[in-house]
Design a protein around this ligand. Structure first.
Ligand code: GAP
Length: 422
């Protein structure tokens, strides 16, 4: 973890928030490469969950909602019990769940926080005159979907089964934020609420479907199979809204950890908001059930970094899937003081940028150091313009993972990268 945190800071992926004032626990800023990686993760998610499907539409709801939403959803009540949190595994337990001072989850002894009457929701106060109105920063992005259920049914020509996708910030008063960005107080979620007919057979079918679909998404983006597993929640572990729950877990340096939750929320939310659905096909009104996939963008970013990190002799390589890599192509003139090389390289660099490839220009230091820098930030390809380029209009293309080098004609360069990257 130290190596990942150090690389993240050194190369501009993640910085502690407001660091020049000593930082603030549980909050993080994303640097120039971090924001690219984050955007790429969200882009891939949206592509798979919305654009490539026929049964999912998107939404972007407000972060602050009428506080009655959180009373109805059960979040205000569900998190008001005094809880002990295990400082080792960060699971929380009511006092009656702890036997003999050891953690029921990781068995660490005498390592609990003081009991706290714990409310996960972050309060905010609105208005310019006293008394101000108390509201909450959303504790899950989910409720913005449910309260818009009727709006979407009435405006988007959807019919059950269908889903509503959303990506956005959520906020939680975590007692013990930690493990770098893994448990933060401000984080981003990417969620699908999938509405189905209210029966167990449908629910089991779609639970299994979404579990497979989400596992396959992580695998398709390069997460190693041996580092992923599915774990079903025990009954007393489930959130207040869940009839059944599964975690997709990642084998992090701090142990198996939740990556994404797949939840059978039943009719909990829609019935709490008193919302129903008129099924025109069978001419019946009912409260749909919901199968939810809820992943964290920050957690995905952290686990993609960890999974991609490798050391080969003196090289540190981030073997990120090319679609996630913050920079796709780095372009170098072999020597910075040879005008002909620099102007040819600049032209190639601008042409590739104009063709929508995210490119990086570097003419500092020796070529070996430039390659190593790009390996460390996960750039899949480097292009070097050398003296042979001036003779035959070909360049050297170097592959990140193998360090293999091939000559490619400048006239074919865009197509070469289109095939490999788009
Ligand atoms: N809508 C359901 C829901 O919010 P959750 O299991 O509490 O379910 C879903 O959260 C996902 O959000 C988690 O699997 C994780 O990826 C991310 N997440 C939750 N709390 C987080 C935190 N404190 N810091 C970073 N990510 C978090």
């Amino acid at each position: 973890m130290e190596k990942i945190a150090s690389l993240a800071k050194r190369r501009g992926f993640i910085y502690p928030s407001s660091e020049i004032y000593g930082g603030i626990g549980g909050f993080w800023d994303y640097g120039p490469l971090g924001i690219e990686l984050k955007n790429n993760i969200k882009k891939e998610w949206w592509k798979r969950m919305v654009y490539q499907r026929e049964d999912v539409v998107g939404i972007d709801a407000a972060i602050i909602m009428n506080p009655k939403v959180w009373e109805s959803s059960g979040h205000v009540a569900a998190f008001s019990d005094p809880l002990f949190e295990c400082k080792s595994c960060h699971k929380r337990f009511r006092a009656d769940k702890i036997e003999g001072n050891s953690c029921p989850n990781c068995f660490a002894k005498d390592n609990f926080t003081e009991p706290k009457k714990f409310n996960l929701l972050t309060e905010v106060f609105l208005g310019v005159t006293e008394p101000k109105q108390k509201a909450y920063l959303r504790g899950e992005i989910t409720q913005g979907v449910f309260v818009n259920f009727k709006n979407i049914v009435n405006s988007a020509r959807v019919k059950i089964p269908f889903g509503i996708a959303q990506i956005g910030k959520a906020f939680r008063n975590e007692i013990t934020p930690g493990n770098f960005t893994y448990r933060s107080c401000e984080f981003e979620q990417m969620e699908l609420e999938f509405f189905i007919k209210p029966n167990e057979k449908e629910a089991n079918k779609w639970l299994q479907y979404w579990l497979n679909e989400r596992m396959n998404w992580y695998l398709s983006l390069g997460i190693k199979k041996e580092n992923l597993r599915v774990r079903e929640h025990e009954k007393d572990e489930r959130a207040h809204y869940a009839k059944a729950a599964f975690d997709i877990e990642y084998y992090a340096p701090f142990g198996w950890s939740e990556f994404e939750g797949i939840h059978h929320r039943g009719s909990w939310d829609l019935s709490r908001h008193k919302l129903t659905y008129k099924d025109q096909q069978i001419n019946e009104e009912y409260t749909p059930w919901v199968i939810e996939t809820s992943g964290g963008v920050d957690r995905a970013l952290l686990f993609f970094l960890i999974d991609a990190y490798c050391e080969e002799k003196e090289r540190v390589i981030l073997k990120l899937n090319p679609s996630l890599a913050p920079i796709k192509i780095a372009v170098f003139p072999l020597l910075a003081n040879k005008e002909k090389l620099v102007s040819k390289a600049k032209k190639i660099y601008h042409d590739l940028k104009a063709a929508d490839f995210v490119c990086f220009w570097d003419d500092r230091g020796n070529i070996g150091k430039r390659y190593y820098f790009q390996d460390e930030i996960g750039t899949p390809f480097c292009v070097t313009i050398d003296f042979k380029t001036l003779e035959d209009d070909t360049v050297t293309v170097r592959y990140r993972d193998t360090a293999e080098q091939v000559r490619v004609s400048v006239s074919k360069l865009k197509n070469f990268f289109k095939e490999k990257l788009l």
